[in-house]
Design a protein around this ligand. Structure first.
Ligand code: SF4
Length: 302
């Protein structure tokens, strides 16, 4: 190890820290800690964390120090992710000040990403969304989870399917790139078909640029082992059948699709609509020949 490789940018993180897989190469600043909602029964991400907006002075001091660290390699920082949960929930004035400083300090910056709940997107006016987008806030990671309202209610999502559709349509009309996540198995065995069909219908209205299908697996020692009355977890083959039904009913014009998270029994990805038939064939072949992972992963996190 060289002497230089031991130097790290002067950033301090407070655990837990999460970022989407696509932000693996992004510089991360924590602008808040935890999730302002923290109610979704299927999500353990911030359950032990009290939500708090980070103090502005400390955050700005850190951004300035990191910019100084990169002053001789200004091309190093092209992408930034702002954590933690639902950063869109921050007051617009505060978010704008953060984005302005990042734009001023990182001249090669091309995109900034955040987790953004639909309700928080919808609270922003058109002018506010335009302003945020102008300041290189580019990618919004949003969880639809299910297109079935009673499932969203059962898992305490605290949002409606309609407001999710509106949020993505509005954000994309201002040129945000929206990455939408859905959760296979959230309807359990009983509502699997309904969940797949209604979720496909909602996604068709949204037309997200990026779509990820993960599989819900009850987290060990969680107090929410049973998500809701009537819920029974789907098996690996049932999750794959649900994915098949979802994909078959998707009518998307221009979407990068992935179901390759560690929770998925069969990792697949492609571009829709171009690869739809190929992806369906892969799922069918794997079901017909029992070629998929038959056990739950030891651990996974949304
Ligand atoms: S799914 Fe998102 S909004 Fe719900 S508790 Fe987890 S981080 Fe918060």
């Amino acid at each position: 190890m060289s002497l230089f490789s031991t130097f790290q940018p002067p950033i301090s993180y407070s655990e837990p820290l999460f970022r989407p897989p696509a932000e693996a190469n992004s510089l991360i600043f924590q602008v808040s800690y935890g999730c302002p909602h923290n109610s979704c029964k299927f999500c353990m991400m911030y359950k032990d964390c009290q939500y708090k907006v980070r103090e502005k002075e400390a955050l700005f001091k850190e951004i300035n120090a990191v910019a100084d660290y990169y002053q001789y390699t200004p091309k190093a920082v092209k992408r930034i992710f702002l954590a933690d949960g639902d950063v869109m929930n921050l007051p617009t004035k505060h978010l704008v000040e953060i984005l302005e400083l990042l734009n001023e300090k990182f001249l090669n910056l091309s995109r900034i990403g955040i987790y953004a709940n639909a309700s928080s997107i919808n609270k922003k006016s058109d002018e506010e969304l335009k302003k945020l987008r102008h300041l290189k806030l580019t990618t919004l990671y949003t969880g639809l989870e299910s297109g079935t309202q009673f499932i969203l209610d059962n898992v305490a999502k605290g949002e409606t399917v309609e407001e999710n559709i509106t949020a993505i349509q509005r954000a994309q009309s201002f040129n945000f790139k929206c990455s939408v996540m859905v959760l296979l198995g959230l309807g359990g065995q009983k509502f699997s078909e309904q969940h797949a069909l209604a979720t496909a219908e909602a996604l068709n209205k949204m037309q997200p640029r990026i779509l990820s299908a993960l599989r819900y697996i009850g987290v060990a020692q969680s107090p929410h082992q049973k998500l809701y009355d009537d819920y029974s977890e789907v098996s690996e083959s049932e999750a794959l059948r649900e994915l098949y039904l979802l994909l078959k009913n998707l009518d998307l014009n221009q979407t990068v699709f992935s179901a390759n998270h560690s929770s998925n029994p069969l990792p697949i990805q492609g571009r829709l609509p171009k690869d739809k038939n190929n992806l369906l064939a892969q799922i069918k072949m794997s079901l017909d020949n029992n070629l998929y992972r038959h056990e739950k992963p030891f651990f996974y996190q949304l």
